[in-house]
Write a protein that binds this ligand. Sequence first.
Ligand code: UGA
Length: 445
Amino acid sequence: MNITVVGTGYVGLVTGACFAEMGNSVTCVDTDETKVHQLKEGIIPIYEPGLEAIVRENSKAGRLLFNTSLSQAMQQSALYFIAVGTPPGENGSADLTYVLEVAREIGRNLQDYAVIVNKSTVPVGTAEKVRDAIRAELNARGADIAFDVVSNPEFLKEGAAIDDFMRPDRIIIGVDSDRAREQMAELYHSFSRNHDKLMFMGIRDAELTKYAANAMLATKISFMNEVANLAERMGVDIENVRKGIGSDSRIGYSFIYPGCGYGGSCFPKDVQALIHMGDEFSFDTSILRAVEERNQAQKQRLFEKLQQRFGEDMSGRTIGVWGLAFKPGTDDMREASSVALINRLVVAGAVVRAYDPVAMDEARRWFAPELFERGQIVFCDHQYDALADADAMVLVTEWKPFRQPDFNAMKKLLKHPIIIDGRNQYDPYALKAQGFDYAGIGRDL
Ligand code: UGA
């Protein structure tokens, strides 16, 4: 099939590359000329395991093209994916400026029947807005061309996006026409060969499914964080509680790991957007508000644990930080808990020495340049360098090389043997036996 994907961000690029990998002809469109130029050279602007190889191979085979002009790309295509950004707008609502601009451009250039697919995470009712925008442009040029709008949300996890796309749990398709339904079924046939992964539903149903999935996962995390905070006060080890409840198949083990708060480009934004949708429909989403509030507070827990040990004023203190990205396997810093921690430390007067295996280049952009110039934030080349003469070590992102570190070396490097473990990676009993002052999340034992 001939496919045009508009937007070469995370979702658009993975979508385009994976459809090309399945033998389709794909043109990815982006208005950013530098980005398109780089993509044509096989340079990928994001860190995503496996993506670069797929982009390069399919570009070489001529199945994956990049273009800055949507109207040019539209000459061959009958299937459009809108995968442009929906940044948080006012009051946490998703800003649809880019989505609707793409819709208008499609309307200005459409020549034959086409299916326009919303891949971006967009509020319920957006497909209707996209349809109206296209129709208005067609009317303006007196063109009577049929088209359908479909909602096909993505469920990709950063760091595992290729696998999630190629082997999805389910493919949600919100559709209101047989013609569009047939096209979508044909497109996704090869991803759904062994088990029927396709789930057709109403367009609004599909739009809400996306938000409900992320909000449910965020709720699990915030719930666990709340119980973990309670466990700390009760002298309970949350890890035992986690295993105890996860073994109930109705609860399950996934997404119940307590930590220093969820981050990324999706959970925080989508929970806020769903709260806003509730407001628009005059419905108080009190559970979601609590989820969001708990998460904001949870991002402060690491700082609070340091504060308990060092007091308000941390001038003269150095804190070693392991991990900056919002989770392992990505260089994405959006809503990362490390940002909340480091900003608080800097304000309290501490020096921060940090290391991340992948995200340091990206992370540099998240802090004021003066902080690096003044030496208040130092990014280190090695994880152990970050601990040199530090008063405490904080684990923020659970990258694999941090899982089994050399604790003897750490003890020698640290001025005080303090480990604050934001992801419950270490054994509190073993570390205490080695003389560490250890605090996890929900296991201040
Ligand atoms: C999330 C969803 O998992 C995807 O299904 C969805 O497609 C995507 O958002 C999206 O809407 O685009 P992602 O943001 O890549 O994917 O990250 P996750 O792996 O879900 O992790 C999100 C955050 O939750 C991370 O900060 C992670 O550290 C935290 N987390 C996760 C916990 O604190 N505890 C857990 O048990 C699990």
